[in-house]
Design a protein. Structure first.
Length: 91
């Protein structure tokens, strides 16, 4: 069975990408909470000081990204981690 997903779009113009099911893996990492990220969005220095995350994050090695975030990323003048996180949090 083939599993296809669209990279950008949901209409007939969307470009499908095949996902090889056996390559999808679970992973567990430590992450900061959404509150910690939100509190650090005022200044880039606060964002850079985030360390020692304590919240456990369970996910897969593939993450769907909504079209709006893809468009936001493409339009960013700077793609530093702080600028990307700030733009994504605003949207």
């Amino acid at each position: 069975m083939k599993k296809l997903v669209a990279v950008l779009g949901t209409d007939a113009e969307a470009k499908p990408v095949q996902i090889i099911t056996k390559s999808v893996r679970n992973f567990k990492e430590k992450a900061h909470t959404i509150e910690e990220y939100m509190d650090s969005m005022e200044e880039g220095e606060d964002f850079a000081k985030l360390d020692s995350p304590s919240s456990e994050f369970h996910a897969k090695n593939i993450i769907p990204i909504p079209n709006i975030l893809t468009k936001v990323f493409i339009q960013l003048p700077s793609t530093t981690p702080f600028e990307v996180a700030k733009a994504f949090m605003i949207k």
